[in-house]
Design a protein around this ligand. Structure first.
Ligand SMILES: [Zn+2]
Ligand SMILES: [Zn+2]
Length: 372
């Protein structure tokens, strides 16, 4: 039995989202039907909307959903109707990479997250009688109801603030995961964050949790730097400051232990690499253009510097999202300072505010007023 639900359908590259009625499959093996309460909007949604994903349209995007389980398919263990869940990225939990504790690099990661289909190539939603891309990160959460998989759903307490927790599934997990899971930053170490949007600010908050001695934040936007300071940055720099690299190297007497690139720009990645000390690690989180190239001095690499790319901050959502939920409850991960809520109907306003940098993390509320 399919279920008629409302979804934000994207008909073609850069088109506005249009709320339409679509038909959602009944949950199959391992799947959960989730009534979505809220969904964050992540930069990857905007990149796919702009055609960066070699993605055929029409499609339903969205990959930071949170809601309540309505029904479960065969073979589902550990979830039942009424459970509150935060949805994250899909991994098979069975391949060699997953078995080694790195589900972000799952062998089925592309098929299960970026293809817009289920890992087996089928589509959970139909629009006007035709299947459409609707398995983005095994959720396509710009919809009132979705089919997630038990492997990308994380149970949280019933009654948890789902509107706040939704963006933990991707953006906040990515920034915080880089610091706490990938770098494993120790008290007294130093971090530099390039680009303080949702991902970079999550990294700043996580670095404070980990006890960083200095947290350098770099951005083009002075207001965002102010917020970064409020959230734990000890030093802030405008990105176009001419002596930026030299100043950071001087202040740190040779460089930071860890630098994070959250922009996806070759120039910024090179800056981040240059402020990293020998034996330090520079991490790439930003999504670059498909053909972006970077040039790195080989001698610096010889001196033990590491340059590493990361998906989802190397975090396993099943372990890491509960940790972030606890940190938030303790007031140590104040994501409410980054979020702005919008009714689902206002999705195009939310996208506009994100693109014009007036909103850091827009969150859509799927069920307000009379809408169901
Ligand atoms: Zn896997
Ligand atoms: Zn994302």
């Amino acid at each position: 039995m399919t279920l008629p639900v409302r979804a934000a359908v994207l008909r073609e590259v850069n088109a506005p989202f249009v709320l339409e009625e679509v038909e959602l499959d009944a949950p199959r093996q391992g799947e959960l039907r989730v009534r979505v309460h809220a969904s964050g909007i992540c930069h990857t949604d905007l990149s796919y909307r702009a055609g960066q994903g070699r993605f055929a349209f029409p499609a339903v995007l969205g990959h930071e959903g949170a809601g309540v389980v309505e029904s479960v398919g065969e073979g589902v263990a550990g979830f039942e109707p009424g459970d509150a869940v935060v949805l994250s990225y899909y991994s098979c939990r069975a391949c060699g990479t997953c078995a080694h504790g790195q589900p972000a690099y799952c062998e089925q990661g592309y098929a299960g997250n970026f293809s817009g289909a289920r890992p087996d190539g089928t589509y959970p939603m139909r629009w006007r009688g035709e299947p459409i891309r609707s398995g983005f990160f095994h959720q396509s959460s710009f919809a009132t109801h979705v089919l997630a998989h038990q492997h990308n759903a994380v149970k949280v307490a019933r009654g948890a603030p789902l509107e706040l927790l939704a963006p933990l599934g991707c953006g906040f997990q990515t920034g915080a995961g880089a610091v706490l899971e990938s770098f494993r930053l120790q008290p007294g170490q130093r971090l530099a964050v390039f680009g303080v949007g949702a991902v970079g600010l999550a990294a700043v908050m996580a670095a404070r949790v980990a006890g960083a001695a200095s947290i350098f934040a770099v951005d083009l936007d002075a207001r965002r730097l102010e917020l970064a300071r409020e959230l734990g940055a000890t030093d802030t720099f405008l990105a176009d400051e001419p002596e930026l690299t030299r100043t950071v190297l001087k202040k740190t007497r040779g460089g930071v232990d860890f630098a994070l690139e959250c922009v996806g720009s070759p120039k910024v990645l090179r800056q981040a690499f240059d402020v990293t000390r020998p034996l330090g690690t520079c991490g790439l989180l930003g999504l670059p253009g498909a053909d972006a190239q970077v040039s790195i001095p080989m001698t610096a690499l010889l001196f033990g510097k590491r340059l590493v790319g990361m998906l989802e901050g190397d975090a396993d959502p099943k372990r890491f999202i509960p940790r972030l939920v606890s940190l938030h409850a303790e007031g140590r991960f104040p994501i409410e300072k980054l979020s702005r809520s919008y009714d689902f109907e206002a999705i195009n306003d939310a996208v506009h505010d994100m693109e014009s940098r007036t909103a850091i993390k827009p969150v859509l509320r799927m069920h307000t007023g009379a809408a169901r």
